[in-house]
Design a binder for this molecule. Structure first.
Ligand SMILES: [Zn+2]
Length: 298
């Protein structure tokens, strides 16, 4: 893999090469050290993606580099300066680079009835104290409707005595529109989505484009839909998987969309999938996904 220095760092790196390590300008030296560490971290992230290295593997490497440079830094003040700013954990690395961990929106989910709540809807302040609320969703029970009433948050006491509350279960939602906006900015993506129009398969059902459902959506409510460019059709999937090797009772759901406009050989590629939501492990799989899809419209 060829690795080039990011353009925005070239200026800083030129300064690095033109500056004496023992120079009196401390501020410039620190800027240079930060540029070197930033360059290295960018490389590590690209290398992690290209080689499918796990977060755990990268965390090990960061920890090692941090200790390694600390030891080398005993002989060199410049290296010691680098060792002092190099992040030793993934969390610190993201903080150093100013990356958000992800773009997921988090909702609190009732473990009993799977009703979703925004985090600020799950507690209230009484006399300056945070008080957790319970699920207010009306559920059917013996031919009657009544409030679910299940606990949504669990409390924990910090070392300083402060009481904090965490969701019992969290649902993570990723905006479909934002993902599509990101995808259409890719070079050639929009053109790839229009390739299906040039297909000419007479009398054969070779793909979804040859089927009746696809043709039905050429016009929707008497208005052109798929017949016009830059209109997209999705197929929704939900798969359940067990993230732990030794626990068969723990099943997590992934809701994802497949962009049907894409050619079939790339439709299901990881880079083209729209991960919409991650459903946490519940006591049983939810009967309906409707609640989890409500976020798409909010
Ligand atoms: Zn509930």
């Amino acid at each position: 893999m060829e690795w080039c220095l990011p353009e925005d760092l070239i200026v800083d790196m030129e300064t690095v090469t033109n500056t004496s390590i023992d120079g009196s300008n401390l501020s410039t030296t620190m800027t240079n050290q930060k540029a070197i560490v930033t360059w290295m971290l960018y490389f590590l992230l690209v290398w992690q993606t290209a080689t499918f290295l796990s977060d755990n593997g990268l965390a090990w490497l960061l920890q090692f580099l941090s200790r390694f440079l600390y030891v080398i830094g005993m002989e060199s003040r410049y290296v010691a300066g680098i060792a002092s700013i190099i992040p030793g954990t993934l969390y610190m690395m993201r903080k150093f680079l100013g990356f958000d961990r992800d773009a997921f929106q988090r909702f609190v989910i009732c473990p009993k009835c799977t009703k979703l709540y925004k985090p600020d809807q799950c507690s209230t302040i009484i006399n300056g104290m945070q008080v957790p609320l319970r699920c207010t969703h009306m559920v059917r029970h013996r031919r009657q409707f009544r409030e679910c009433g299940h606990q949504l948050l669990r409390g924990a006491t910090l070392r300083d005595g402060k009481k904090v509350y965490y969701p019992l279960k969290t649902y993570c939602y990723n905006s479909i529109i934002e993902t599509l906006e990101r995808f259409v900015r890719r070079k050639g993506f929009v053109e790839q989505c229009e390739q299906w129009r040039e297909r000419n398969v007479e009398g054969e059902y070779g793909d979804v484009f040859d089927g009746k459902v696809w043709k039905k959506f050429m016009f929707y409510n008497d208005k052109p839909f798929l017949s016009l460019p830059r209109n997209y059709a999705f197929m929704m999937n939900c798969d359940w998987f067990q993230p732990y090797k030794r626990r068969s009772d723990f099943s997590v759901g992934a809701i994802y969309l497949v962009l049907m406009n894409l050619p079939r050989d790339v439709q299901f590629k990881k880079e083209n999938l729209f991960l919409v939501g991650i459903v946490p492990a519940l006591s049983k799989e939810p009967a309906s996904l409707n609640e989890f899809l409500q976020c798409c419209t909010c």
